[in-house]
Design a protein around this ligand. Structure first.
Ligand code: ATP
Length: 425
């Protein structure tokens, strides 16, 4: 991966405890930027960098190269911005890791469970980055923590519209993030918890239950604890969802990033034994526009079907007869309370499975393939993969789908997402 001839190279000499922040221009025609550590040691979001290796960052990347002892690095190519900052909260983040590690050691001695940590805050405060950092530090000292991803808008684990859990066994890859093997994924169906808060809370409880079951049989997982990444919606039902999550997972620590009011509210509303800690956000975290978030979501779906960087996948396109599948949407549209059948509450309608008759409007929708077998509760069953509807023929009663695996579909229960994906490849 030698830099392309003619690429400008800029050298930065970083003092100890400082970071080089740079952003790569977004857009398909944008030029990649490469990074190389020449002397000393540095890390990116908790993952150590090798010296004299060139790391490549694609369009839209926003990176911080941090050094504890000082180092010099080269950047090849033209980043949109690049500057060195002395003002970073990394020391506080490291201290947080040390405190969590202390709790893990104590848990080992007392035969108890390790810390369950929830990271909260509004959008664009670096929640996902703090999760990545804490997980990578934990795994670097030999722990096996679990990442719980509750951000249905920008999931770091699976496609948008899902919640998931992933056992972390290696620090995040500097260029590609955590290796996603065998995550546990549930279908939510949209990019905002507010579209069906009842379902969102239900799925949080499902993840908490599975995680607790795993902790009972796997000591390392239990001591490693979990780091929960949440959505940036911190008011009203969004706030209630955080409180629900804290109780479902029986969290021990809540890290509040850059939101004093949220910190005070959680301190007031959570049991006193939960440690609520206010942490500053890093000045390097970049605000992302709606458009930027939408693009990131699209990229995540494209990656699922076509692979990422060095790894190319070749998805399949095939026809599925209407009669061979059952398609559902979770949640019936809300109706005025006065019109509800006797004995039924609004909550029941939010978890109801509504059969979907395939029509033209199904085109481009992402569908989750449910793992549920006959008799299983479909809403509470994990999913085994995703497909996209590329065409609907109501005459011949067949759907055309894009699928990561060849026909036939492994299961026949499909759940429709609000999310659409247009395959431009
Ligand atoms: P969301 O609103 O989606 O929940 P978030 O709070 O989880 O966002 P992140 O995804 O962690 O925020 O960070 C937003 C962006 O800022 C990411 O692209 C990340 O790479 C970048 N970033 C985080 N910390 C730094 C830093 N110190 N310097 C430069 N860029 C950073």
């Amino acid at each position: 991966d030698a830099p392309a001839p003619g690429k400008v190279s800029t050298r930065y000499d970083l003092e100890k405890e400082t970071e080089l922040r740079f952003e790569v221009e977004s857009g398909v025609s944008a030029e990649q930027v490469q990074l190389e550590v020449l002397t000393g040691m540095a890390e990116i979001f908790g993952s150590e960098l090798n010296r004299n290796k060139k790391y490549t960052f694609g369009p839209g990347s926003k990176i911080a190269v941090f050094t504890w002892q000082g180092c010099s690095v080269n950047l090849y190519g033209k980043p949109e911005v690049a500057y060195v900052s002395k003002d970073t909260p990394m020391l506080l983040y490291l201290n947080t890791h040390c405190a969590l590690e202390q709790m893990r050691r104590q848990a080992e001695e007392d035969n108890e469970r390790g810390p369950r940590v929830m990271v909260v805050g509004p959008t664009d405060v670096g929640k996902s980055t703090v999760c990545r950092l804490l997980l990578s530090y934990a795994v670097r000292v030999g722990r096996r923590p679990t990442l719980v991803e509750l951000d249905v808008g920008q999931s770091g684990v699976s496609v948008p519209g899902t919640v998931s859990a992933l056992c972390i066994e290696r620090p995040a890859d500097v260029e590609e993030g955590f290796s996603v093997q065998a995550p546990l994924v549930y279908h939510f169906g949209s990019t905002s918890p507010g579209t069906n808060i009842k379902l969102y809370n239900k799925l949080t409880s499902c993840l908490a239950e599975v995680f607790s079951q795993r902790c009972e049989v796997n000591r390392k997982a239990s001591v490693g604890g979990c780091i929960i990444n949440t959505c940036g919606w911190v008011k009203g039902s969004g706030y209630q969802a955080l409180v629900h999550c804290a109780s479902a997972f029986e969290v021990d620590v809540v890290l509040v990033l850059d939101h004093e009011r949220l910190y005070n509210e959680l301190k007031r509303d959570l049991p006193h034994f939960v440690k609520v800690v206010l942490l500053p956000k890093s000045g390097g975290v970049v605000e992302r526009s709606k458009e930027c978030r939408r693009e990131a979501r699209d990229d995540k779906i494209r990656e699922y079907f076509y692979g990422f960087r060095g790894v190319s996948f070749y998805p399949f396109s095939f026809e599925v007869r209407f009669s061979d599948v059952r398609i559902y949407k979770i949640g019936a549209p809300s109706i005025p309370d006065s019109c509800l059948p006797l004995g039924m509450s609004q909550d029941d309608t939010q978890l109801k499975l509504v059969p979907v008759t395939p029509g033209r409007d199904l085109t481009y929708h992402v569908l989750s393939v449910s793992n549920a077998d006959e008799g299983d509760n479909i809403v509470e069953s994990p999913v085994c993969g995703f497909i996209v509807v590329t065409n609907v023929d109501t005459q011949t009663q067949v759907l055309k789908v894009l699928s990561p695996a060849p026909r036939p579909l492994p299961k026949h229960t499909l759940l429709i997402m609000d999310i659409r994906f247009m395959d431009m490849k």
